[in-house]
Structures are given as C-alpha cells and as structure tokens.
Design a protein around this ligand. Structure first.
Ligand code: IPE
Ligand code: IPE
Ligand code: MG
Length: 256
C-alpha cells in the first residue's frame, strides 16, 4: 500500500459536542528552549507559532471563544530582558496577525491589567480590538498582564462603588451579577481549560470562571502543541461526564 499523503495525515476532529469556550494556559516555552540549549525567549518565539496554528484551528472548527493566557501579572517579576522579549513578540503578533484576524472575522480582546503594557504595545492592542470589534465568528481573548485574584478584586471595587452610589443594593448581588463584573462578561461559560507542560495548577488563571470547567493537562510543552494535540484535548473533554453536582444517574436521565 502507498504511504499516506500529507493530506491524509492531516488531523481532523470528528463530530460531537464542541466546547463553547476553551481557555489555554500556554506553559513550557522556557523548558522547551532549555532542553535544546537555547535561550528561553527562543521558546517564546516558537510558542508564538503554536498560537497562530491553534487560533486558526479553533476558528475553522467552530469554537465560539478561545482565551489564551499569554502573560500573567506575576510574570512582570521575570528578568527584564525576558519581559522585553515577550512584549516584542506580543507586538509582532498583533501587527502580523491583523490580516488573519480580520479575514477570519475573529474578534480580538485583551483582558487583564493591560494599562501596564508598554504604550506602543497597548496602542496596537487597542487598534486591533477596535478594528475587529464587529467580527462575530470567534472571540479570541488574550489574557495579558492578567491575574484572576486581581480581576476579582477589581470586580469587588466596582461593585462596592455601585452600591455606594446607590445604583445597587447589597441584596441584589448574586452569582449572575458578579459574573457581569468580570473581564469575561461577554464570553460563554468556560467549558474546557487546557494546560500544557504537565503542571497541575491554575497559576491565577480564571479562578471564578473555571468553577465547572473540565480541566485537561497535557505533558506537551507549548511550542510543540499542535492541531493533533488540540483535537486530542477536545476528545478528552468529550469523554468526560459533566455532573454539575448531580449524580451520574441523574445526568444520564436528563440526556434521555
Ligand atoms: C509560558 O512558558 C510563557 C509565559 C509564562 C509567558 P514559560 O516561560 O513559563 O515556560 P517554563 O514554564 O519556564 O518552561
Ligand atoms: C502561567 O505560567 C502564565 C502563563 C502561561 C502566561 P507560569 O509559568 O507563569 O506559571 P507558574 O509560575 O509555573 O505557576
Ligand atoms: Mg511556566
């Protein structure tokens, strides 16, 4: 038999329930580089290539929302040269991906303490957010200078201000309302949270939103994360039974 052609080898996602909102902790760039005797930032550069592949794959497969953890509030504490290289990669991404984002009708949004980003990076982010705001095929959210505890603190401050101004009664605060004070207010509920590089922690990412997300951890380092690996995470999600506090029997009955 002839060897499979590259087309035949292309990974595909079978039919089935799709997660509406997928978030990814893109971890392991530094280790990827260190294993090859390279500088950590070379791992970040390769990681940016993986971002491009996963964004288009998610869009082509009908994912409504993709949220990527690109830089945490705590990452500001890394050596300044690494931070500067990451900011340059972010700027390059925002400039170079503009056409892909617009051609694919993707809405790009930045969440986090984005005001801390260098002015020229922030300017490019705001430009692309504005330009892509009417796009509705997928929302790509970049978590930049993001921290979940910081997000919750900001939400509390806004709520407290609204209560103090008389716009809101403390009894009016419920889960749904608090959800609307989060950066993710316009996104569907988080269904699937992926972390690469095998670490079993959330690292201050989407703590509120992940309450009932399915968590899939892969040992693959982010620069090696590709379409096939992405599909295998979605397959793993499909094998899970989401019970939301109920019993397995109740869930089965609801499906009948
Ligand atoms: C993830 O890779 C990228 C960022 C946090 C910006 P790391 O840089 O954390 O890679 P490791 O975890 O050191 O391998
Ligand atoms: C989480 O990765 C942040 C991003 C992927 C942007 P880290 O590498 O910063 O997380 P820790 O330090 O291992 O918890
Ligand atoms: Mg890391």
């Amino acid at each position: 038999m002839a060897a499979a052609s590259p087309e035949e080898a292309e990974p595909t996602l079978g039919p089935g329930l799709l997660p509406r909102h997928i978030a990814i902790i893109m971890d392991g760039n530094g280790r990827w580089a260190e294993q090859r005797g390279l500088h950590r930032w070379e791992g970040h550069a390769r990681g940016a290539r993986a971002v491009r592949e996963i964004v288009t794959t998610a869009r082509e497969n009908g994912i409504q929302a993709l949220t990527l953890y690109a830089f945490s509030v705590q990452n500001w504490g890394r050596p300044s040269e690494e931070v500067e290289r990451l900011m340059t990669l972010l700027l390059d991404y925002l400039v170079e991906e503009r056409d892909t984002i617009m051609d694919n009708e993707i809405r790009l949004v930045g969440i986090g303490q984005t005001q801390r980003l260098p002015a020229h990076v922030l300017k490019q982010l705001r430009f692309l957010e504005e330009e892509s705001k009417a796009n509705d095929k997928m929302t790509l959210t970049l978590a930049l200078s993001y921290g979940s505890r910081e997000e919750i603190v900001e939400a509390c401050q806004k709520l407290a201000r609204d209560v103090a101004a008389g716009a809101l009664a403390p009894e009016g605060i419920d889960e749904r309302l608090l959800d609307r004070y989060m950066y993710t207010r316009e996104l569907p509920p988080l269904d699937l949270l992926i972390r690469t590089s095998g670490e079993l922690r959330l690292s201050n990412f989407l703590l509120w939103q992940a309450a009932y997300a399915e968590i899939v951890v892969t040992d693959v380092l982010w620069p090696d994360f590709d379409k096939a690996e992405f599909f295998s995470c979605i397959d793993e999600f499909r094998r899970r039974e989401r019970r939301f506090g109920k019993t397995g029997a109740q869930v089965t009955e609801e499906l009948l």
